[in-house]
Write a protein of this length. Structure first.
Length: 76
């Protein structure tokens, strides 16, 4: 999937990935896509909630046992 910016949150544990996500999302244009790569399993709970509360859209997510990848469309 095409994306505008990427956030590499590998090796970081809660709450760091979401804190970084919040800051990085501010750099993404409205309707742009941010790719997030993380290794913390808590992101499977935190990223969807982040999107819901801040009116972003979780377009796609892919998971392996050790890596979690999200594509988030920035809302207004």
């Amino acid at each position: 999937m095409a994306y505008d910016l990427e956030l590499d949150a590998t090796g970081l544990m809660c709450p760091e990935p979401v804190m970084m996500l919040h800051n990085r999302m501010a750099e993404v244009p409205v309707d742009g896509i941010l790719k997030v790569v993380a290794t913390d399993p808590s992101t499977t709970r935190d990223v969807p909630r982040f999107c819901q509360f801040l009116n972003h859209t979780l377009v796609q997510e892919n998971h392996t046992e050790t890596e979690f990848v999200y594509y988030i469309r920035r809302g207004e």
